[in-house]
Design a protein around this ligand. Sequence first.
Ligand SMILES: [Zn+2]
Length: 237
Amino acid sequence: MSQDDHAQGEVVHSMHGWNLVRSGSPFASKQEQALAAVFEAFFPYVVERLHTLMPLQGASPAYVVLGGRQHCHQWGVNPAKAVGFHAVASGPHEDEEGGEDYFEVNEHLLCVVNIETTWQEIRNSPGDELEAALVTMPHEMAHVVAWTLASQGRSPLQVFDDGGGIHAVKAMLEAVEEGAGHRGAENGRWGHAEDEVEELGRLIAHEWVTNDASRTPQWAGFFSALQDHSRRRSPRP
Ligand SMILES: [Zn+2]
């Protein structure tokens, strides 16, 4: 990943083939910055646990981007709905003449944690939603690993180039679902991968919150930023 890759940013952590990328454009609020810092503190824990439970396959590096709206737009994801996503290919776009649709297929193994929408969800929910929010990171990373299991570590673009275009990429996504489904019940093919990555995500987030999170300065920093936010929203009479 080059520095001028507009959707990306700075790699701030690398381990076991995973790279954490801090968005090139800073987050607007102190709370979003504090939330991104919590995810940065969580990242090494997620990598270690995934490396034990579900290691990345192949030699290609994988990227986790702490991002927001710009990354959603790049990959054709509705920013209001996605707290995170595995960026395989963008949806069809019209070209500049309004003509043929095309897909942007990712040259990287990459997922995005949408810090901006995650913060919106936390501030709109009463109570402590941070553990639920943290699930996104291991969830999306598990989607990436599932992809590498099915693709022998190839990126979406390599699958595209090797196997006949966007149809090969879509077939690979189906293979990911099928591979995951072998461990599931007989609820049909679709949805199993989703259940499995969600279960794994919840497990890892819960472990970290229970054992390690409160010892990190980032965790305290987020709650302090949250308090500042609440004070501003409900001033004393
Ligand atoms: Zn998912």
